[in-house]
Design a protein around this ligand. Structure first.
Ligand code: NAI
Ligand code: MG
Length: 497
């Protein structure tokens, strides 16, 4: 493989064929010997063959994680040493930043400027933030009302944790899952998405290089219905952390019933982004563009329902259309690209299917609505698309599209827009654009969402809790909130009499 203008060929990672999986500190092939192909969505061409994990590999990985947990090599390592290893991993990510950015872009399709400027540095940052938590997992002393009792709590790891992640931010999703789990002393089996296994596997090599003990992190690539389902149902897994579709989130929950494993779910969204007439419209329009087109709209928080006050609706819509027309579609690896391809043929069909449904139900596009010239862009590309003449009841206004498609909806009153914004099975995030401080707080209180962004959108930080209301899931990631997901509290009573 030659990619001119980059130092990617310096990486030996893709030269190993197939790319193997990480179990108990060893790089191994699938027990079945099977492999699957992973693609470059910018071209539709095969990038690598990858070992295809299934239930037997999950069994091996769970056994390795269990051994690492029970032997104490990880949970009993001093917190300071655990923190150091997480910090060292962050250093290694930075040392290999360019290689990781290219791998991420080649496998996911996302524009390289975002892999370089966002995905990779934020991944390193996540490990650094949680490196700090390893030494700060404190219990409490409890002033109980029973005489002579000394009562305290310990925060202990949950145990063996299965983590199933999606393909939209492969490296960052791995970091959101691994960093807090490891800081808290758990051992892990990570299953990357079948579309994008490469960067997580390269991360696995760096985990080995950093010096994490064998079996603390196991990475098993494979399909959801096989490897993922086996992990979710495994009787020796204590917890599953999942990010993906609401549909699969429900399956994970059902699979957890056997041994009542703990579950945290970060699922879909249909987030409202609301522009009031007193907003600084120039910023609001740019914000609405970022809210929907960032990562080709393949973001769980995508601002896919754009509510615009009637008095500025036409102005905002023409601004949006104008911006969208200037976005450069291109190969992920091209530094000039603003909008890359969708991740797969399946997502291409899903998104174009929604666009057709929108048109059939009577909505109209002000821009986009189809694929670009496939001779020039042979990958899974869709034009940035803005829908007008939309009704709240239409499919495209209710269901998660997960592509560069926004529906614009006019509104008149504050109470009205809050009610319409909340009329969704989802409640992941929301955006509000206004310079009126009263509206800011009214809306922040009224919106049923785990995150509300005011005069900004898609802000994430390792320190700020993130997660959903309603069918967008439960449990929180990031910040100190995620510690509840990866620890359990033990109460100790000591009779001092
Ligand atoms: P998905 O939910 O099927 O896949 C996400 C992860 O779950 C992958 O690692 C997959 O292998 C695994 N998985 C799938 N079926 C499983 C099962 N039965 N048991 C255990 N694990 C399983 O999502 P998919 O099919 O890639 O995308 C479909 C839609 O889901 C998207 O169009 C989007 O609407 C939504 N989605 C939401 C994401 C988010 O960030 N909240 C991320 C990815 C997809
Ligand atoms: Mg699926």
């Amino acid at each position: 493989m030659t990619i001119t203008g980059t130092d990617f060929t310096e990486s030996t990672f893709l030269r190993q064929q197939p790319v193997k999986m990480l179990i108990g500190g060893q790089w191994v092939e699938a027990a079945s010997g099977k492999t699957f192909e992973t693609m470059n969505p910018s071209t539709g061409q095969v990038l690598a063959k990858v070992a295809e994990g299934d239930s037997e590999d999950i069994d091996r990985a769970v056994a390795a994680a269990r051994k690492a947990f029970e032997s104490g090599v990880w949970p009993k390592l001093t917190p300071s040493q655990r923190g150091r290893l997480l910090w060292k991993l962050a250093d290694l990510i930075e040392q290999h930043a360019e290689e990781l950015a290219q791998l991420e872009t080649l496998n996911n399709g996302k524009p390289i400027k975002y892999s370089r400027g966002g995905d990779v540095p934020l991944t390193a940052d996540h490990f650094r933030y949680f490196a700090g938590w390893a030494t700060k997992l404190e219990g409490d002393t409890i002033p109980v009302s029973i005489p002579n009792m000394f009562t305290y709590t310990l925060r202990e790891p949950v145990g063996v944790v299965g983590q199933i992640i999606p393909w939209n931010f492969p490296l960052q999703m791995a970091a959101w899952k691994l960093a807090p789990a490891l800081a808290c002393g758990n051992t892990v089996i990570l299953k990357p998405a079948e579309q994008t296994p490469l960067s997580a596997l390269r991360l696995g090599e760096l985990i080995g290089e950093a010096g994490f003990p064998d079996g603390v992190v196991n990475i098993v690539p494979g399909f959801g219905e096989t490897a993922g389902a086996a992990l979710a149902a495994h009787p020796d897994v204590d917890k599953i952390a999942f990010t993906g579709s609401t549909e699969v989130g429900k399956l994970i929950l059902q699979a957890s019933v056997g041994n009542l494993k703990k579950v945290t779910l970060e699922l879909g969204g249909k987030s409202p982004n609301i522009i009031f007439p007193d907003a600084d419209l120039k910023f609001a329009i740019r914000g609405a563009i970022n809210a929907i087109f960032f990562n080709q709209g393949q973001v769980c928080t995508a601002g896919s329902r754009l509510f615009v006050h009637k008095s500025v609706y036409d102005q905002v819509l023409s601004g949006l259309t104008d911006y969208a027309s200037k976005m450069k579609l291109g190969m992920g690896i091209d530094p000039a690209t603003d909008l890359g391809p969708l991740v797969s043929q399946e997502q291409l069909e899903r998104v174009t299917g929604y666009i057709e449904t929108g048109k059939r139900e009577g909505a109209t596009t002000t821009i986009g609505g189809s694929r670009p010239d496939s001779e020039q862009l042979p990958g899974y590309f869709v034009q940035p698309t803005v829908f007008d003449n939309v009704k709240d009841e239409m499919t495209i206004a209710r269901e998660e599209i997960f592509g560069p498609v926004v529906v614009a909806l006019p509104f008149e009153e504050v109470e009205e827009v809050a009610a319409r914004a909340n009329k969704s099975i989802y409640g992941l995030s929301a955006g509000v654009w206004t310079n009126d401080v009263k509206k800011v707080h009214k809306m922040a209180a009224a919106l049923k969402a785990g995150v509300v962004w005011v005069n900004t959108y898609n802000q994430f930080d390792a320190a700020a809790p993130f997660g959903g209301y309603k069918q967008s899931g439960y449990g929180r990631e990031m910040g100190h909130a995620v510690l509840d997901a990866y620890t359990q509290i033990k109460t100790v009573w000591v009779n001092l009499r």
